[in-house]
Design a protein around this ligand. Structure first.
Ligand SMILES: [Zn+2]
Length: 199
């Protein structure tokens, strides 16, 4: 229907989350109308982010070097680890200004139905971090969804067995059930943080 380069752009845009066929088409036509500078700016931004941004070797947050800015920040409490599902969940927690510790990004949530097992996530790396010592508390801030809850329970059980001296907490209720941390407003998320309970 379209010239192959146009069709290719529509196909690629359609792979983005939340972008249906119609939106992909609309975006493609927008890009066709836009100036070469703007279009190249978009292409360059995508290329640059893939070339320069990797994972922090400690916490698996996004990093433009071997370690992320939070792990490199000496003022952050290294005895406190907040466990989140995705790197995108770090930002909403940061926005609450309730948390001054470090993070651990799992890369998803346990979901046996979808074939996501502990080995598919950075769970073993978390246990290793905790086992190295110096950790006072692990805050489980996985999403308040079925898979997020299952992941939190699994990790809490394992940590209790492996390092009973470490306090394991879960964010307080009040977060919308079934929602994503990413979409929680900062007041609600801030309250959930300050009211976290031991699990
Ligand atoms: Zn890090």
């Amino acid at each position: 229907m379209y010239a192959p380069p146009v069709q290719r752009l529509i196909t690629e845009l359609g792979k983005l989350p939340g972008i249906g066929a119609r939106t992909a088409q609309r975006l493609a036509f927008h890009i066709l109308r836009t100036s070469p500078e703007d279009a190249n700016g978009l292409a360059d931004a995508i290329r640059e982010v893939k070339e320069r941004i990797g994972q922090c070797e400690i916490c698996f947050n996004l990093a433009d070097g071997p370690r992320c800015r939070i792990c490199e920040d000496e003022r952050r409490d290294a005895a406190l680890i907040c466990v989140v599902e995705e790197a995108g969940d770090v930002i909403p927690v940061e926005r609450t200004h309730e948390y001054r510790g470090r993070y651990h990004v799992l890369g998803g949530a346990l979901s046996p139905i979808d074939g996501v097992d502990p080995d598919d996530l950075k769970i073993a790396q978390l246990y290793r971090r905790v086992a190295e010592g110096g950790i006072r508390e692990v805050v489980l801030a996985t999403n308040p969804t079925t898979t997020g809850e299952a992941t939190a329970l699994h990790i809490a059980d394992q940590l209790r067995e492996r390092n009973p001296e470490v306090v394991v907490t879960r964010l307080a209720s009040g977060l919308p059930v079934g929602g994503d941390l990413e979409y929680a407003d900062e007041v609600t998320l801030g309250k959930a943080f300050s009211g976290r309970r031991r699990v």
